[in-house]
Write a protein that binds this ligand. Structure first.
Ligand code: HEC
Ligand code: HEC
Length: 458
């Protein structure tokens, strides 16, 4: 590797003469076998760059800057349990800094529970419907949630069927779909609002505007929030603001602190051949070729923003679908289209190494096993072992193998990958990790305006 770097340096010096290189140009030439290996690597790198461009795996732009006061407000709200009915859970309880903005569970655990991350448990053993996805790079993602129910339509209007926003609320949103998303977890009884015990829980599920009004009343009772809101939106009075102002602040804060654009893959795209190891380079080639991965995982975030069924078993409490309500029909829930039964949004893959378990329900707990499940997926689905799940979820596997295979994406029908290719692709996925995403502790505030405890794993 050292010799190879030297050769690369020499190449650069030969074409772009720089004063500091002159000593190295007199170094002895590397032996022929290393020269050949380097030439092969360079050829493969060039080929991978070309296929990446053709597949639309383009570089990721940095998020637009957010004004400081809006970030201060957004961070306070995202960590404040004041937003939950019984003041016992915040957004960041499920999107923990320590766990790369996820919670480490296959499916998340909502309000009414205690503990954080792996030790979090609900007294009734309850979970919520899906896996908590990470919050990375959402400035570049306009279709949110696993079934895409908060999205931007072709006219650029943000839509959220079920609890529609008023035009005056849409007008507040500055950072795209992610500015609207934070308005929804607060409505959900399982996630944040609770069934009883507080004034938000007493409001009917069909009155989202009233829930948001009551939340603003709560926040307005804390003088520091009035100050923070008015600083974040200069010239406006707190009393004329709606919960869209809160959602927007959280969404903008998410884009500004969780944008990560400096992975080995980014350095590779920018021209540095040795940013990737040899295995990662082979993995990239397979990702773009035999693995068919880039047919769905493309664009700067490795997601086409579309919906596919990739043969994932259903575990956890489900989303109210099927005979016992424990199934989750995915995209079909939104469109009614039977062909989209069990289809979920292609998730972005940057920093994916840091966010197990995987899939909409976290059914597969390791990254290599996830990659491997694409190979001979019929057999893998039939032989799925719920023993990999945490004990409380092991009995929840739905008997839906035949139904899942009926709408599985046809590209997977005959896909077979050798163990070596699975290894290489897994290595390649690790090249999508920005080292800065490994330690997010700097985003966690010491205190929040309500004075309630801040959930954080040190
Ligand atoms: C109980 C755990 C929990 C809490 C609390 C929670 N979330 Fe989430 N979050 C989830 C789950 C689960 C999903 C996926 C939902 C789905 O697909 O139906 C999600 C989805 C998201 C997404 C979309 C990500 C994507 O890639 O589509 C964002 C953004 C987000 N949450 C931010 C927030 C904010 C902001 C709050 C607080 C207002 C919050 N979350 C509260 C569990 C939680
Ligand atoms: C037909 C489109 C399609 C193809 C081909 C495809 N994926 Fe996926 N991928 C998806 C969808 C959709 C999901 C989410 C599925 C679910 O949750 O039910 C997913 C999930 C993932 C995840 C889990 C991410 C997370 O955050 O949970 C990884 C990792 C992944 N894919 C990698 C790959 C690799 C590697 C390949 C090639 C071997 C590949 N994918 C091929 C569509 C595709």
């Amino acid at each position: 590797m050292l010799r190879k770097n030297l050769t690369v340096t020499l190449g650069i010096c030969a074409t772009l003469w720089l004063g500091g290189c002159s000593d190295e140009t007199t170094a002895p030439a590397p032996p022929p076998e290393i020269q050949t290996a380097t030439a092969e690597t360079a050829a493969l790198a060039a080929q991978v760059r070309q296929s990446a461009a053709a597949a639309g795996l383009t570089p990721l732009q940095r998020p637009a800057p957010v004004r400081r006061e809006l970030n201060v407000l957004g961070r306070a709200l995202a960590f404040d349990k004041e937003l939950s009915g019984n003041r016992d859970i915040s957004c960041m309880t499920c999107h923990l800094a320590k766990l790369a903005t996820t919670d480490g569970h296959s499916v998340a655990i909502g309000q009414g529970a205690t503990g954080l991350g792996p030790t979090r448990v609900h007294p009734d053993g309850k979970f919520i419907h899906r896996n908590a996805p990470p919050l990375f790079n959402l400035h570049a993602m306009s279709t949110l949630t696993w079934d895409g129910r908060v999205f931007k339509n072709p006219q650029g209007v943000i839509r959220s069927p079920g609890a529609n926003l008023l035009p005056s609320q849409r007008a507040v949103l500055e950072c795209g779909t992610v500015s609207a998303l934070p308005m929804f977890p607060v409505l959900s009884r399982n996630e944040m609002r609770a069934d009883a015990g507080n004034e938000l829980a007493a409001i009917g599920d069909d009155q989202p505007q009233k829930i948001w009004r009551f939340l603003m009343r709560r926040l307005g009772a804390i003088p520091e929030y009035r100050t923070l809101f008015e600083a974040a939106y200069p010239g406006q009075s707190f009393d004329n603001m709606s919960f869209a102002h809160a959602g927007n602040a959280m969404g903008c804060w998410i884009t500004s602190v969780f944008g990560f654009t400096n992975s080995p893959w980014d350095r590779f795209l920018a021209g540095s051949d040795d940013a990737l190891t040899d295995a990662q380079l082979r993995g990239a080639q397979a990702f773009l070729g035999v693995g068919k991965c880039a047919q769905c995982h493309n664009g700067p975030l490795f997601s086409d923003g579309k919906f596919h069924n990739v043969a994932v078993p259903q575990v956890g409490p489900g989303f109210g679908d099927g005979p016992d309500g424990h199934d989750d029909f995915g995209r079909m829930r939104q469109t009614g289209n039977l062909g989209q039964k069990y289809a979920f949004r292609t998730p972005p893959l940057r920093n994916v190494e840091l966010t197990p378990p995987y899939g909409h329900d976290g059914a597969i707990v390791s990254l290599r096993s996830w990659v491997d499940h694409y190979s001979q997926s019929t057999t893998k689905l039939q032989a799925y072992d719920p023993g990999q799940l945490e004990p409380l979820l092991r009995g929840t596997l739905q008997p839906t193998t035949a139904g899942i295979l009926a709408t599985r994406d046809s590209r997977l029908r005959t896909l077979t990958l050798t163990p070596e290719v699975v290894d290489d692709i897994t290595e390649f996925l690790k090249a999508l990790t920005d080292p800065a995403a490994r330690d997010l502790s700097a985003v966690v505030p010491a205190v929040v305006p309500s004075g309630l405890p801040v959930d954080n794993i040190p």
